[in-house]
Design a protein around this ligand. Sequence first.
Ligand SMILES: [Zn+2]
Length: 462
Amino acid sequence: MDLIFHGAAHEVGRSCIEMRTGNDRFLLDCGLKFHESGFDYPAKVFEVRSVDGVFLSHAHLDHSGGLPFFEHYKMRCPIFCTAETDHITQILLKDSHKIARIKHLHEAFSNLELKQVSQDIQKVAFNKETQFRSIRYNFFNAGHIPGSASVKIEAEGLSILYTGDYNTRKTALMEPADPHTWGHVDVLITECTYGMRTLPDRDELERKFLESVEEVIKRGGRVLVPVFAVGRAQEMLIILGKRQWPVPIIMDGMAKKVTRAILDGPNPYVANKQLLSQLFDKVEFVTSEDHRTAVAQKPGIFVTTSGMLQGGPAIHYLEHMWSDANSAVFLTGYQVKGTNGWMLDNERTAYVGGYRTHVQCEVHRFDFSGHLSNEDIQNTIKAVQPRVLVLNHGNREAIEAIAAWAKQNTKCEVFAPEIGEMLQLNDHSTIMKVYEECIGAECINEHQHKNPHHPDTMENDD
Ligand SMILES: [Zn+2]
């Protein structure tokens, strides 16, 4: 069996691993990588027409965003994912396509390819081992966002566990991933987003967040809570729902559509679903531009996209609040360097009405995350004890930190592949090689797109 790494190799973004077994070819995820000058697709992918199946771990665009592009190049095969991942992926892909059109950016695919993605999706249930062609697959709860799964594949007498993005700690929204349910694993491919970092205690973080909101409301200010539409918006709603507020909670942007999709889904791993449903009935939804302007001027708690204030209604609320020292912006996750959210957090500046402005309102970042800490990654590896450990989805330092720990503290063979490398596996040996395709094969990687592309949600990872 060969594993070829087309993305998320010493980076976060464009997750895509190709698995070749017998005559079959499969992809584990097919994502985009966003950066300041645009976005990249998975690298060095040849002959997408002959791909036999895609296993999609979750809806975030850095795992799903390449699908319509691959469909454009005539990839026609089942895309396996859970029901929520299906629903949310389609919302995010449509949004990203819509924004690209509004901004007159060149897109490599059309509505036709979006439709093709939806036709090729085959919904799968959690914890149900299923045969497909030469392999068996099984989806386990990943605890990252609703619908997220870690995927186990068994082929050629080997079992491979691809974690996707996962979290082994319970949050207000998600039941945690449990590596003990994965069974025997020969090859563990784990994400390392926070390979270098510990994360704050969740209960303590929630308490601090609620106290900070209370203080602002008491002094008559407004609170802007920029959120990612998937996961963080619902989580913040549940946390806010733990207290009574004398002001309305207002939800705006994509969060509404995604919350509806989550409430409609069958996912047994969404925690507090009933509470979420009750709160969803109580919050005020913004229905028009005039409505938005009216509510932005009154006391309230505004839960809205985008999480890094790069687009979406969050910008509108910031324009009403930036000069009010009584009000506050409470960021709720990781901020990519150069975004408005990052500037607010690090410099207390943001682009307001086209000008870079020093803001007078309070700014604080609460370190909520859908990923696991370095210690949790280590605990996962210790629990699973794979023969082969493959590290991906993290920057170089994060991956090297986990690699150094694993070499010292475990018996695993440790691999941290670069883009375009191939791991050849069999019963007893593992070899890393540079992957070279036969001459003449069509490589879709020549069609890269350098566009400043900022969909409302920018649903990358945090
Ligand atoms: Zn993710």
